[in-house]
Structures are given as C-alpha cells and as structure tokens.
Design a protein around this ligand. Sequence first.
Ligand code: SF4
Length: 337
Amino acid sequence: MSPLEASSGAPILSVRSLIKRYSSRTELGGLLSRTPDKIVTAVDGVSFEIGEGERLGLVGESGSGKTTIGRLLLRLETADGGDILVRGREISGLRGKDARAFYRDVQMVFQDPYGSLNPRFKVQDTLMDPVIVQRLAPRRGGADRAAWALERAGLSPPEEFFHKYPHELSGGQRQRVAIARALVMNPRVLVADEPVSMLDVSIKAGILNLLKKLSDEDGVAILYISHDLSTVKYLCHRTAILYRGKLVEVGPTGEVIERPRHPYSQALKAAVPNPDPRAPRRQVAMTGNPGERVKDLGCRFRHRCPDAMEVCAHVEPALIEVGRNHFVACHLHDPNI
Ligand code: SF4
C-alpha cells in the first residue's frame, strides 16, 4: 500500500501530486512594490486518496496549506499542477451537467457557522436554494428534501427550524444547518474545514458524532481539516500531517497521533496540554522562525528541527514506510542514510 491509497472502500477522492503556487504580484502590496516577484508554493506535490466511508484528518499549523487543499478540492481555486479525481473523473475540465454533478458530489462545511450562513435567509431558503439552483427537485419536493436534511443533521422536528433566521439559532444549531445544507445535495465527499473550532466543547462532540454517522451510515468520504489533534484522534481513520505544503507523515490515526515518528508530528503532539502531570512525554523544542521560507533543497523543517543532520540541508526526504500503512518523510527513518 502507498500513502496515496484509501484504507477502506473504493476511492471516491484521489489527489495526485497537487501543486498550488501564489505570486506576490497578485497582491496589492506586490503590485505597488518594486521588489522582485516572489513565488510561494503553498501546496507542493501532495497526494492522497479517501475511500467510501473513510475519514482522513489533514493536520498542520496555520500556513501549512491545508485550507488551500480544501479550496482546490472545491474548485474555489485552480491548481498549478497535479490532478484531483472525484469518482474517477478529473475535475478541472468538467463543464455543464458534469460540473453540476461535481458540485453535488463535493460539499464543504466551513469553520465559521456565523459567517457561512446568509443572515437574511431563513433556514428553509438556505437549504432549498441549492436544490432549486441544481434543479434537484421542484419547490414541494425541495421542501421535503430540506426537511430530511435537517432531520439527518439532528435538527428535529424540522418545521421548528424552517422559519428561523441564523441569529435565532445557537452556534451548534447553525453548524448543523451548514451541514444540512451540504447534505441536501446528497454528497459523496465532505470537506470539513475546522468545523468545530469555533464551537463550545459541549457542542463539539455532537457535531463530530454527526460527521461520524454520515460516513459510517451513508458512506460519505470526509476530509477533516484541523489543527486540533484531539478531535482528529476522535474522528479520523487515517491522519496526514502537512508541513509547508508537503505531507511529512501519513498513517493510521492511532499510530500517527500516539506514536508520531516525524519530529514535526512529535512537536505537535508535545504541544497538546496533558492534564496528567505524570504522563511521559518527549519535549520537542522547535527552533527557528515558523514564517521563514526555506529556499534551497533539503528538508523544509530543518531550521526548526531539533534532530537536523548535515544531510537534511541537501537532500529532501521522501515518504518511506516505517510501519503498516504508516509513512514518514524524514532521514532519521531512512535505512540508506
Ligand atoms: Fe529533521 Fe532532518 Fe528529519 Fe527533516 S529530515 S525532520 S531536518 S531529521
């Protein structure tokens, strides 16, 4: 098995060697400045698959490229290289009814349940709008579909919520409406970008359980984007750690989070507060500036890595298998170095 492959079910989503670059010239400051154009590679050759009913966690700190990957999957941005396939079809060239089918198959749940709903739309309109735009059902059938999605998202009875505006709902209810808006399209892939990070702890578990149920019972493939290892551990079958646009560790969640092998993954784990002061933990002190860009070859984590070696400055590590379905990009684990 390669890190690309889904661990369960037929692959619904395949991402191959995905690349996204940004130019400083596209920003206003860059256009006005006389400094030379700078190209930043936000996503650099990322590959993975998600199978039917599988939940993959994509973890990294701010600026790691995880949200950019989510936006590329939704066609909100255009990739500079690589392929994205949904149900075996490359998405960049889809037009007409094929594009409409794609927008039904792939849905997103955003981080901010306050900002992602139109404050002037009642819940019913929020849910029926995409149904009408996609011509999935006439108005009467659309209402039935909206009611079904609300029930599926745990808002029952749906009639109680139909005529409410977002400001009349709690944070958890708003996020459930956002999930219902995705479900109304009967998606096969759900991209959930930090969907619980703005919610109270008591509400988080309910939303995570809902996502679990959707993939277990309906076979929805979920890409769960987060920086929170505890929610990834609770929800995801596999976890991929992203650093500066590259995958540095991929594997079963129990392995990657409990026994991380890459120094960056170890640092992420060490940063999670543990209520038990007797619990053993490896202190991983990252050095250097997280915003500093590494220009030349070699490992992009080397300026912050407590274990960096001479070779790390010259040779970029590739993902190698260190355990069953567990892959790490680090020279410490390369038997040939
Ligand atoms: Fe650290 Fe070298 Fe491994 Fe990179 S390749 S994580 S610098 S030990």
